[in-house]
Design a protein around this ligand. Sequence first.
Ligand code: ZN
Length: 681
Amino acid sequence: MSLAMVLGLMACNPKQDKQEDSKAKAKQDDFEYKIDQFADLRIMRYHIPGWEDLSLKQKKLVYYLSQAALAGRDIVFDQNFKYNLAIRKTLEEIYNNYKGDRKSDQFNEFMIYLKRVWFSNGIHHHYSTDKIMPGFSQEYFAKLANNSDEAEFPVKEGQSVEEFIAWISPYMFDPTVAPKKIETDPDKDIVLESATNFYADEVNQAEVLAFYEKVKDPDDKTPVSFGLNSKIIKENGQIKEEVYKFGSLYAPAIEKIVYWLEKAKEVAENEQQKKGFEKLIGYYKTGDLETWDEYNVLWLNDGNAFVDYVNGFIEVYGDPLGMKATWESVVDFKNLEATKRTKVISENAQWFEENSPVDPRFKKKEVKGVTAKVITVAQLGGDCYPSTPIGINLPNADWIRKEHGSKSVTMDNITYAYDQVAMQSGFLEEFAASQEEIDRQRKYGSQADNIHTDMHECIGHASGQLLPGTSSEALQSYSSALEESRADLFALYYMMDPKMIELGLLPKLEAAKAEYDGYIRNGLMTQLTRIELGKDIEQAHMRNRQLIAKWCYEKGKADNVIEMFEKDGKTYVRINDYEKLRELMGQLLAEVQRIKSEGDYKTGKELVETYGVKVDPELHAEVKERYAKLNLAPYGGFVNPNLIPVEENGEITDVKVEYPDDYVGQMMEYSTNYSFLPVYN
Ligand code: ZN
């Protein structure tokens, strides 16, 4: 279950009308999504469909929250490594002032490095956390600095520029200095060996663990998230926390965040949301973690608000000990059209359950679909920028999730942008079996994919029941792959059903064909691009996809339902009979549901091992080679739209959206306008 779902629906906004929707869609389609590519990164833009349908008050709320999202940018740089701000500032000063040749290969390498540092919010790769090595020499770096006369480098007291450059260079160029942001080797001291700035240099792992051991109460049923918002330092030999709050670490940026949250509070959509802002402000002022928990409960329950946001020290992936959180923000509003879609699916959950090909004994007598909230992102900040998640499920505290539930959202416009860029990447042309397939994919692919995801999440996982006495753990290590198969098959089976047209979920069955093409091609072939040569498939979703595709391929062989053929030395996949394929999927769905309902471990294991795990090494090598030739950057990130207030007599009368296509320009603008922290904290 890749997404946990939130129960309950929002009220419909009568302002939203179908015509506006299609206008927004049309506008979306001639929008340039990809704007830059360098190293292993591609930079994209996202569109904010539905912006014009927001009320002025809602636009103001989004605008204030977007300013709060940008105000914390420096924090995450400093959290990632203690000299990230100094290095960023130095590079930006060179960018602004270097008077020499700016067209040379070396200068180009300098720009790539700067763009990567911006992307990673620091000198370590955002994903691998390894230090990014510059593609230019230390001598060239010194030359750049020496030919940037007007530059204001962040020299330390008494340092000349030359001394400063000599001092900071090893942090950039020496592979042995701060080599990894997060060290995970259990044989090492992961606190001392990680370059992250959550712990002062002289603090070791044992000291940190001992410190938190002392403050934790094992009997506390509602424990705060200890250590979430602080840096550990040593003072006079004593370990202590330096908390992120007013009057303490990161105060200048936190004060700006609070300034904008105060404004947001004035235009809150309801009392609950307003109380949430007040609590969050209180938390930022005091750093008190109980206030943070109280805030999270309020935030969780403001479900009727149209505009929503994430703002705080939240995810702990950046800490080797998984305790301390980087700062992040997302500002968004509900995507009504998409959320209507999930509502229609949920309302018909009983019909889907009753009409599925599953044995009636394994069906739920009463099934209640769940509704996910689909959102439109309007601004990304902190650790969510430029590299962003595509879904969010918060808060993180276990006891809050158990007692109050969680909010689960999918970021529709971000996913849409990814899809659009993927379509222009040449990937489809390389692997699709015919022009017909390509056209179908372009026309319906994104829409069909979304419906598939909705069906998978809203009713796939929710369908079916265990026989009395069957343990939910019976399938052991095969349970995730089989569970994902079950949800996928439920969705796939119904994609081809006339009911989908009747409910207005799909425009025509051609769209379902696009989903089948893509699913089978991916399961039999293209997902292999993500597997290392010589390895089997381990990830549950990938096992599930190959299981379904391969099982249907093998079982349909006699009727040539799915065909694998060669043309010009390349392998392709083609579906010859979509109706038959649907029948096969129905059969497999019935079987996988039986396995789950009866807890039939032996057959479940056999199914996964036979169809979902092993890879044909020759096809694998071919697919990898074809993929490599496309020269695609594996990691993506986004520039933000600019939200620009229109003022009359000091009052905001409207907020306009612009979509900049200049990554460097946006980064420099943010560094100029949203640098609220000193370089050394
Ligand atoms: Zn799932």
